[in-house]
Ligand binder design. Structure first.
Ligand code: AHR
Length: 835
């Protein structure tokens, strides 16, 4: 399954083109004298969330897991030593600690002269680099007199001691102890061993181990290599701290920024929303220590030249979880948190929250310009809460732009409900989200061409192409995904007056500890790896330009054939189907009477079986589908009988299935058995084309017929035409292009994506008065759509600089197969495309 959706759908589309279109001469014309809208300097940014161990166990460089013994299982991450026959005991304790805000500690009792100790496993081990220094700190007190010497050691997975240090623990009062450990070898899976050398009893608290070399060498700081990857992108903004963790699965688990600033020992641990989500990749040891808190986020933004975009909880818990709501009359503290955050970021050092920032070492303001209200919320409850936030925030800080949510999908009912409401609210920027198969991105490059230019602006705040559209290890960060995203980004750029910001999501993932794929940057305990998508983002960030230049591409249009397989399905319902027949003209394409088997049918989910001449689907929880026929089928009629057995809805009858979540379905008894609707799915993203009230009864057979005439679909129930729709063809192109005016006078930057297996030779024309005379190209390409970078081979897909010959007002350029090319053309020969 490494060969992708694009191969499935788009190559089928190309072959259906007919030679005329496929061989039409390709031409790209950039109107260099006709300047379009200015591009937001913060157009291309990053989305940070503590998902996939992005912060704790990731960017936040702390190597000890649960060093404060605050986890609900206080000894999680810790084991007594030696393993099988410990000569002492370890116990979790609470109260009588060094500070009421860190009540937990552990007691070690050593009962033998040979000593006793504990080991911390880190986050899937601790990454150590040979020759680097690691700073250990802990609090300790001697409870009973004894030898009282603590030996700290960094130990490899094979048991070799790679560094050690000794600490005396004398007094019966809590004391801070530190040790310096110099690693004599590189090791990805080290552990920290603390051995108490003789008999006695000691208490330990707040055990911490940091590499001395962190980002900007700040003590207790960020992993330098991971932060460097962010700096190297040159992002225009950074959104933080999420994502769903902003909302929390329930309200008392929401992200509260005030709990994340100030002394680390006062930052209260919180369960991470991704601790148990998704359920098939649970992470019971996933908590937020907030060592990377709001001050550090602002500082990082400043370091890497990115505008800060904090997102705050708006009184709603994650609607995929509890959806808990704060009553409107109790929303005030949430709004106050938002007001206080602006003061924390921008207030003078004399103000309450400005003084907190100053005390943390940053007297000058951070210059916050925008803030998000809620993450991915939807429904009328969101609009109410957004309005209350906006009223208070705009009254006090009219210049701060507010980002509002448009739900989790770019085109569903939730989205369609929210946009007009947000328009009424005169929202500043609406945050759209989309995770879909590459075909959705290729087909959506003109999405914003029709958007209202005078309404709210768009922040494409979370997007990523997913090769299989589920969270699974086979969902890889391929070149195919990167090219589909890049094609989509040309559309964002061409519409930079409407789309003011965009960010890929999620940002980081730990190779052994992820919850969500794909992701922009993969890491393990020692290494980092930029995906092809990372390099595509980097090319856009580094070649942003100042203003849009109109660009025309001719000869690129592909008209995919309105064709595909048939399918049967149910949503949270069990049902049976029989007498399935597909006909075209006078001929029969398929007949299934299910007298003996379901031969020819390929289920993708659900529990399908054959009984008494019918095909049964008995899983009443799943979205269940089975498909049959041929992807080249068009202009056919599908007839069948269907009976609902039990469950919430009715039937899903599929035509034009092209695989990978691209199909048309008649949803009978959908929306909780309240409506019938024709839905178009493109790369897993669904649009409702037509909907009428209707329901499906259990226990009786219905006669169902779907007729396809070219792009038109007619749907009949019991012989009666219920609804029809014209199915819009996905717009797929041979080349995708955008152009901008560069920073330097007379500089034109053109971005072109060729996602296909053949090189595309095009005539490139800059039709302005002053044609370019020289230029450079930077090309991100590969030899197969399935190409990807890995931690072992991180540079397989990398941008490569190329020089350009014979640049003039009009010249030919051959865009490599499977490529994103950035051409930087100038009248002098000074500038080079930025990698
Ligand atoms: O990016 C991963 C998740 O996707 C985010 O937490 C959430 O906002 C969206 O559903």
């Amino acid at each position: 399954m490494k060969l992708s959706i694009v191969l499935t759908v788009a190559l089928a589309a190309i072959s259906a083109l007919g030679a005329a279109t496929a061989s039409a001469p390709l031409a790209i014309t950039v109107h260099t004298d006709r300047q379009g809208p200015e591009i937001n300097p913060a157009m291309w940014g990053i989305f940070f969330e503590d998902i996939n161990f992005g912060a704790d166990g990731g960017l936040y460089a702390e190597l000890v897991k649960n060093g404060s013994f605050d986890f609900p299982n206080p000894l999680m991450g810790w084991t007594g030593l030696p393993g099988n026959s410990p000569t002492g005991s370890i116990s979790a304790r609470e109260g009588d600690s060094f500070s009421p805000s860190k009540p937990h500690y552990t007691r070690l009792i050593s009962t033998s002269d040979t000593g006793f100790g504990v080991s911390n496993e880190g986050f899937s081990g601790m990454g150590l680099h040979e020759g680097e220094t690691y700073d250990l700190s802990l609090r300790a007190r001697a409870v009973e007199a004894g030898d009282n010497k603590l030996i700290a050691a960094l130990v490899s997975a094979s048991g070799q001691v790679l560094a050690s240090a000794e600490m005396e623990i004398r007094g019966s009062q809590w004391e801070q102890r530190t040790g310096v450990l110099l690693a004599k070898a590189t090791e990805a899976k080290a552990s920290l061993r603390l051995t108490f050398s003789g008999k006695g009893t000691v208490d330990l608290a707040t055990v911490s181990l940091f590499p001395r070399h962190t980002w900007k060498d700040r003590p207790g700081g960020l992993r330098a290599d991971m932060a460097q990857m962010l700096a190297d992108l040159k992002p225009g903004f950074m959104r933080f701290p999420g994502g769903c963790i902003v909302e929390g699965s329930q309200l008392d688990r929401r992200y509260q920024w005030k709990n994340t600033v100030g002394p680390r020992d006062e930052r209260k641990l919180l369960i991470n929303r991704w601790n148990y989500e998704f359920k098939h990749r649970p992470a019971p040891d996933y908590f937020q220590s907030f060592g990377l808190g709001f001050f550090e986020f602002f500082q990082l933004c400043e370091d890497i030249g990115a505008e800060a975009l904090p997102i705050l909880n708006c009184g709603m818990a994650c609607q995929f979880n509890s959806g808990e709501l704060v009553p409107m009359d109790q929303l005030e503290p949430f709004i106050q948190d938002a007001l206080d955050l602006i003061e924390f970021a921008n207030g003078a050092p004399e103000t309450v929250w400005g003084s907190r920032r100053a005390a943390l070492g940053h007297p000058s303001p951070f210059g916050l310009k925008m803030m998000g209200v809620g993450n991915e919320q939807w429904g009328p409850q969101y609009i109410e809460r957004y309005a209350a936030f906006a009223k208070a925030l705009k009254a006090r800080y009219p210049a701060i732009k507010l980002v509002s949510a448009a739900g989790p999908s770019p085109a569903d009912d939730r989205f369609n409900f929210l946009w007009p409401k947000l328009r009424e609210e005169r929202a500043d920027i609406v945050d759209e989200h989309c995770y879909a198969n590459p075909i959705w991105f290729l087909a959506s490059t003109h999405r914003y061409d029709q958007y209202d230019r005078s309404g709210p602006k768009v922040f494409m705040g979370e997007y990523a192409a997913q090769s299989v559209f589920v969270v699974s290890p086979s969902n890889r960060n391929t070149l195919e995904c990167a090219l589909a995203e890049a094609a989509f980004m040309t559309g964002l750029e061409r519409n930079a007056d409407v789309v003011r910001m965009a960010s890929y999501a999620p940002l980081f993932a730990h190779a052994e500890r992820w919850q969500w794929t794909p992701d922009l940057i993969w890491v393990d305990n020692l290494r980092v790896c930029g995906t092809p998508s990372y390099y595509a983002q980097q090319l856009f960030c580094r070649n942003r330009g100042k203003a849009v230049l109109p660009v025309e591409v001719s000869g690129a249009q592909i008209e995919p054939q309105p064709a595909g397989r048939i399918g049967l399905g149910t949503f949270q319902t069990s049902a049976e189907f029989k007498d399935v027949k597909v006909t075209r003209g006078g001929g029969e394409l398929l007949r299934s009477d299910f007298s003996a088997s379901s031969e020819g049918w390929s289920p993708s989910a659900g529990n399908w079986s054959v009984k008494d001449g019918a095909l049964l689907q008995t899983d009443s929880l799943a979205a269940a589908f089975t498909f049959a026929g041929n992807q080249s089928w068009s202009d056919y009629s599908l007839a069948l009988k269907a009976r609902k057995l039990a469950g919430k809805e009715g039937f899903l009858i599929v035509v034009r299935d092209a695989g990978s979540g691209t199909r048309v379905q008649w949803n009978l008894g959908g929306w909780g058995n309240q409506a019938h609707g024709i839905q178009l799915l493109l790369g897993g993203q669904e649009q409702v084309l037509e909907r009428v009230p209707g329901s499906i009864d259990s226990g009786r057979f219905y006669d169902i017929k779907l007729e396809l005439h070219g792009a038109k679909l007619d749907c009949y129930l019991d012989g009666k035409l219920i609804q029809s729709a014209q199915i819009p063809p996905p717009r797929v192109e041979r080349l995708y292009a955008s152009a901008v005016r560069g920073e330097a006078p007379g500089e034109t930057i053109i971005k072109v994506v060729n996602p296909w297996p053949e090189a595309a030779s095009a005539t490139l024309t800059c039709d302005g008065q002053m044609p370019p005379t020289s230029g450079t190209a930077v090309v991100l390409a590969g030899s197969a759509l399935s190409d990807e970078n890995t931690l072992d081979a991180p540079t397989k897909v990398m941008p490569i600089n190329e020089s350009l010959d014979q640049v003039k007002g009009s010249f030919r350029y051959s865009f490599r197969p499977y490529s994103l090319t950035v051409l930087r053309l100038t009248r002098q020969s000074l500038n080079r495309a930025s990698r």
